[in-house]
Design a protein around this ligand. Structure first.
Ligand code: TQI
Ligand code: ZN
Ligand code: ZN
Length: 170
């Protein structure tokens, strides 16, 4: 079963914007990033009345996406390869940070995708967008909001548990 953050915070508006603000630390093509995150946001948009639109980094987006290494100023330092992969804050903070030290792979990207420390970017994006929208962790093993994922695996389709949870919020 799905959970929410304490106090069930949600976004007051239905149309949300997102921007890539700190992407220089990750060796993924900017257009690949746009495609992967576009797909990840579309999965949540398909289940809700919400819309997501990418805007420029200086446009004051609701959601900001950046890659950082180690201590990056919010009291939740990243830890290098594996361990913590990313974190996102509850509504309406909008900050979504990814650990630049991970071996991020995008679907169709042959680079190192077979190595043991490869992390599928879209899987992590779909999970963190759930947090950005107000979803906590789920006890349903097939949910994208389940708090663990097997190494090297891909989990990008919302389960009925995720859909029911987010539909109660929006
Ligand atoms: N990051 C944790 C996560 O997003 C951070 C976290 C721990 C957290 N407890 C939280 C965030 C409570 C919000 C509320 O869950 S992580 C996975 C998964 C992580 C883990 O790097 O461990 C995914 C990021 F589910 F696969 F284990 C993305 Cl998909
Ligand atoms: Zn952070
Ligand atoms: Zn989580």
């Amino acid at each position: 079963l799905y959970t929410y953050f304490q106090g069930e915070p949600t976004w007051p508006q239905r149309d949300l914007t997102y921007a890539f603000t700190d992407v220089s630390a990750v060796p993924i093509d900017r257009s690949v990033l746009g495609t992967v995150f576009g797909r990840a946001f579309a999965r949540w948009a398909a289940a809700t009345p919400l819309t997501f639109k990418e805007v420029a980094a200086d446009a004051g987006a609701d959601i900001t996406i950046g890659f950082f290494k180690g201590d990056h100023g919010d009291g939740e330092p990243f830890d290098g390869v594996l361990g913590t992969l990313a974190h996102a804050f509850s509504p309406t903070n909008g900050r979504f940070h990814l650990d630049a030290a991970e071996n991020w792979v995008a679907e169709g990207d042959v680079r190192d995708s077979n190595s043991r420390d490869a992390v599928d970017l879209e899987s992590v994006a779909v999970h963190e967008i759930g947090h950005l929208l107000g979803m906590g962790h789920s006890s349903a093993a097939d949910a994208v909001m389940f708090p663990t994922i097997s190494a090297g695996s891909r989990r990008v389709d919302l389960a009925s548990d995720d859909v029911e949870g987010v539909q109660r919020l929006y």
